[in-house]
Design a binder for this molecule. Sequence first.
Ligand code: AGP
Length: 608
Amino acid sequence: MCGIVGYTGPRECVPILLEGLRRLEYRGYDSAGIAVVNGDGLTVLKDAGKIDQLQDLVDKDPPTGHHGIAHTRWATHGEPNQINAHPHTDTRGHFAVVHNGIIENCDSLRETLKAKGYEFVSDTDTEVLAHLIQEYWDGSLEKAVASALRLVTGAYGIAVISDLAPGIIVGARKGSPLLVGVGDGEFFVASDVSAILAHTRHVVYLGDEEMAILSPQGYRTQTLNEIPVNREIQEVTWELDQIEKGGFPHFMLKEIHEQPKAIRNAIRGRLVDDQAEARLGGLNLAGDELRRFDRIILTACGTSWHAAMIGEYMLEEYLRVPVEVEYASEFRYRSPVLDSRSLVIVLSQSGETADTLAAVKEAKRRGARVLGICNVVGSSIARETDGGVYIHAGPEIGVASTKAFTGQVAVLALLTMYLGRWRGLSDEVARELIAGLRAIPEQMERILADGPAIAEIAQLYAKHDNFLYLGRGFNFPVALEGALKLKEISYIHAEGYPAAEMKHGPIALIDENMPVVFLCTRDKAYEKVLSNMAEVRARRGRIIAVATEDDATIASRADHVIRIPHTLDPLVPLLSVVPLQLLAYHIAVARGCHVDQPRNLAKSVTVE
Ligand code: AGP
């Protein structure tokens, strides 16, 4: 949730750290800080608020030095104020620590340290680490950090510096991501590759309970018990312009517009036309194993959970295998019934969501095979699962997920085809799906060209306080997703429902002040959804309908109609969600909201 960046090398570190923080700001943005070592000792500057506030502080009296760490925070323990901002230091001010994650036993550690005379100034769990490192200091920073971490339960990605160990950064991780950036005579530590991509694309991902010791001369990786670990240097394939706005006012709008490309990337090289099947290399499942599964469980959080629901509908329709969808946060604690005949598929854009990662571990513990559908290459979930499929949507910076959602749905369609071939899916149906998927990018481009019309509708409704989103079948998860998008970035209360459920309760809310977004595409449920629309109209609700291009009936039934091209029912979500993303975006902009960094949220939720 928070972001970490550190630098050691020949250059002035402060500009590098601040630039890194700006690239990480989407990860957490309620306070930020920086620690730098130079000949005068350790300097820490930090404040509540965004990076701009930290920049102001730095500009007043810029610290110099070639060795530093920095952090942007999403508060867990303690409110977001100056004192709780990272870095945290020990009582004597020699050790500075930045930390992502949660130290679960911080209360008992704090009491023990207080009894020894350590004074605490913040409400954070992180501060215990700074004091523990002081407690264990005997001339070696790596040993002090390792000793401190051996006492910690919980999750951490940390970076530590000290004026007693010039040039050295010690990084370590368990549960929260951390990587080393390998430059030319300079080294970086970061929670996310985007922080350092401007300087190097060579990275080493640390494993759980591993440490990295960096100096201007090189780096080493080892376990907390000082056993050397040889981790391969990987080359990042992302380009810098992929993590920049590229002329768009917000990352979210850029990423909405990147969806045609994201779908092309997700399906590239994976559709085999002449054999009418999908080719997915990373599943690590043999054909006889695929036939053995008698149940599929999809688990995820938030937007990824909505994609999972669409996956449930697809897989059941084409595979005729029972499929369940579970919130990852519930799955872990619900004692799920799983065995070796269960296939668990987890979905996560970031690959770092703590609840989803915990679900992976729980499913493996109970003997299930676990596949992952992730966007971030090398992420924790990608590494913990038995196999999986990357969606290749490219970096998603906007906190509100857009292109990762449609990428996940496209991959679920591929997976349906892949698994279907082992379970009797006919050539004819597979060919239809292939043709449908291939057409999606161009169809999305046509919807995106309609952006200005959607922006006009958004202007009309930007002052409303409540919205309902209704859809049936494959469009029901899209209704949920549309409502979530609006809530997240505009702070308008919005709910998604299966359209027919409306009359079992939510209909009481309908009056002339309630905008209702109907997903009313020409599919199996079309006529029924028209009836649900009539029920809203009869109560003077305002209707925005997402409908199919050639639908001549709809104009007389709705106040506003947004048209999308025709596609197969299971692929409709790939198109019908796009106008809802744009609607949410333009409403949020009209309300003056901070679209890319909505309040209280962070891009990847690495705490439970
Ligand atoms: C999406 O707009 C949200 N920000 C959020 O619901 C997100 O989808 C959820 O936290 C899961 O994230 P993940 O896909 O990275 O696991």
